[in-house]
Design a protein around this ligand. Structure first.
Ligand code: CO8
Length: 261
């Protein structure tokens, strides 16, 4: 995999199997235009296909913004048909992130507004820098969140707080986002990526198929058949080599050597 076909994203993969995807359009505060969305779709698909990659970190270029939203210049020309189509397309791409087989950690390094907040919410874990501001200002543009925000925000922070954020359109600061459970941790800018790398390293000590199944199980919560899904995933893991290895290693008082099989 290379950056050759990516003009607005940077994709780096380190030796440990941690990929970092940087939305790289800092002059427009990394706003998600059509091209960024297309590249994001391609990158997520490639990362998921590459078995050497175990964790993905998503962040924004520059010091000011994670992603300041969908590109308002493009939104301005939408009509009923194209608006619904774009909303569905964005939802599909963000669903692919949420349902990714590997954990996706957002490092929210500044503004995460509109589509930027929705991108961060589709990730599994969110680390915010202390200058981050997160909000869904769509109603101030005559719109509503269209990339899953009306669904994911209430799931993350509860309906009451989600309503307040979506109806006022007012962003909240990082400390408030932490207080309401929207982000997992707030850190100074220079500590956020190192912390994400540490988290990634901790996750990577665990069995890869179990990590993937855990994502699937947690994503099924609230779906109506989450318990059945959990039992099915649990049973499937009991057939893996890593399950035998993990339990045997514990009993033999040694470190497990997981193979992802
Ligand atoms: N879209 C396009 N361009 C943007 C965006 C954006 N979302 N955000 C910033 N920019 C551009 C600015 O226009 C400016 O460009 P230029 O230099 O060419 O004038 C450049 O980035 C720098 O921005 P500012 O000069 O405005 O920087 P400030 O520090 O003064 O302000 C803010 C920073 C407060 C973040 C301000 O830029 C802002 O309010 N941006 C818009 C935030 C916003 O409303 N985001 C939500 C957009 S709507 C959305 O995301 C819908 C998602 C669902 C879509 C569903 C599709 C169907």
């Amino acid at each position: 995999m290379s950056n050759n076909h990516l003009e607005n994203l940077l994709l780096e993969i380190n030796n440990e199997g941690i990929a970092t995807l940087t939305i790289n359009r800092p002059e427009k505060l990394n706003a998600l235009n059509e091209q960024v969305l297309t590249e994001l779709e391609k990158a997520i698909s490639e990362v998921n296909k590459n078995r050497a990659i175990r964790v993905l970190i998503v962040t924004g270029a520059g010091e000011k913004a994670f992603v300041a939203g969908a590109d308002i210049k493009e939104l301005n020309t939408l009509n009923k048909i194209s608006g619904e189509k774009l909303s569905s397309r964005g939802q599909q791409i963000f669903d692919a992130i949420e349902n990714s087989r590997i954990p996706v950690i957002a490092v929210i390094n500044g503004y995460a507004l509109g589509g930027g907040a929705e991108l961060a919410m589709a990730c599994h874990i969110r680390i915010a820098t202390d200058n981050a501001a997160i909000g869904l200002p769509e109603v101030s543009l005559g719109l509503i969140p269209g990339y899953g925000g009306t669904q994911r925000l209430p799931a993350l922070v509860g309906k009451s707080k989600a309503m307040e954020m979506i109806l006022t359109g007012k962003p909240i600061q990082a400390d408030e986002a932490f207080r309401i459970g929207l982000v997992n941790r707030v850190l100074p800018a220079d500590e956020a990526v190192p912390h994400a790398l540490n988290l990634a390293a901790t996750i990577m000590k665990n069995a890869p198929l179990a990590v993937a199944a855990a994502i699937e199980g947690v994503n099924a919560s609230g779906s109506g058949n989450g318990f059945a899904r959990e039992a099915m995933l649990f049973g499937r893991l009991c057939e893996t080599e890593d399950f035998t290895e993990g339990t045997s290693a514990f009993l033999e008082k040694r470190k497990a050597d997981f193979k992802g099989k």
